[in-house]
Design a protein around this ligand. Structure first.
Ligand SMILES: NC(=O)c1ccc[n+]([C@@H]2O[C@H](COP(=O)([O-])OP(=O)(O)OC[C@H]3O[C@@H](n4cnc5c(N)ncnc54)[C@H](OP(=O)(O)O)[C@@H]3O)[C@@H](O)[C@H]2O)c1
Length: 255
């Protein structure tokens, strides 16, 4: 299947590790130019170096970006757009504060709102004019199965990601006729550094998550990346305004 990603430019926030990095890696393999952006400079630099070795023929750039900081987002997008337009926007960030609903501080809720929801709204406002001009664009937000079925101790994730379902559906309706597809991707338990930490702290809980999937195992980030890259490719021409689960059958809800 031809993915039509050559000469496209993808911005992947939170692209220096985990699911975001796996998506960046696959875009690079498919011949897309990639910009990864996250907070830690050394991690961004290391990821760019590794990606450049994978495909020296595409452009790979790294930016330091904190998605909870509006000024920083505006500055980074202006810098990127001076050099060219963004065809594909992958909204990805680290998981928010966890705990019982009443134990999360207001600051934890604010941070979750800024990084999970507000940043997505702002990035869409900043990147859509370029996509509309080209009459082609893809926006994909990595959320979580918590958007469709509550996971204990993840109320911040569930609240803002459920909000993103509405935002994505509405936006998709408004921009579909301009060639822009907008979706959310909901990974199930995936073997990233964050989950590895959890495994060390609580092997039993880790095993129970694997057990709860239909496949009896945790995902490799590459398995999530393949779905993300398809949704953002030219091969996807009809999936928009929806939540796509890539959870190995983890979710029990009939949505
Ligand atoms: N792994 C799973 O099992 C799983 C399951 C369902 C949903 N998810 C969701 O998928 C997303 C990615 O998860 P992951 O496991 O791949 O996470 P991860 O390995 O912790 O990677 C998170 C990435 O986001 C960056 N980041 C974190 N906060 C940021 C901020 N404020 N601004 C910009 N970049 C930021 C990190 O780099 P810096 O720290 O340097 O900024 C890193 O590159 C999360 O939102 C998570 O909730 C994960």
């Amino acid at each position: 299947m031809e993915l039509g990603l050559k000469n496209r430019t993808a911005l992947i926030t939170g692209g220096s590790s985990g699911i975001g990095y796996a998506i960046a890696e696959l875009f690079v393999e498919e011949g897309a130019n990639v910009i990864i952006a996250s907070r830690d400079y050394s991690r961004v630099e290391a990821a760019v170096k590794t990606l450049k070795r994978k495909n020296p023929t595409v452009k790979i750039t790294g930016k330091v970006l904190d998605l909870s900081n509006e000024k920083n987002i505006r500055k980074v997008i202006t810098e990127i757009q001076k050099l060219g337009s963004i065809d594909i926007l992958i909204n990805n960030v680290g998981g928010p504060a966890s705990g019982a609903t009443l134990d999360i501080t207001l600051e934890g809720w604010d941070k979750g709102y800024y990084s999970l929801l507000r940043s997505v709204i702002l990035l869409a406002q900043l990147t859509l004019p370029g996509m509309k001009k080209k009459k082609w664009g893809r926006i994909l937000t990595i959320t979580s199965t918590s958007a469709v079925e509550l996971i204990p101790k993840l109320p911040v994730s569930a609240t803002f990601r459920a909000g993103l379902k509405a935002y994505t559906k509405g936006l998709a309706k408004e921009v579909g006729r301009m060639g822009v597809l907008v979706n959310n991707l909901l990974p199930g338990p995936t073997a990233t550094a964050r989950l590895e930490e959890l495994k060390k702290k609580s092997p039993a809980f880790f095993e129970s998550m694997a057990e709860e999937t239909a496949l009896g195992r945790i995902a490799d980030p590459k398995e999530i990346a393949r779905v993300a890259v398809f949704l953002c490719s030219g091969a996807n021409s009809y999936v928009t305004g929806t939540d796509v689960l890539a959870d190995g059958g983890f979710t029990k809800a009939l949505r």
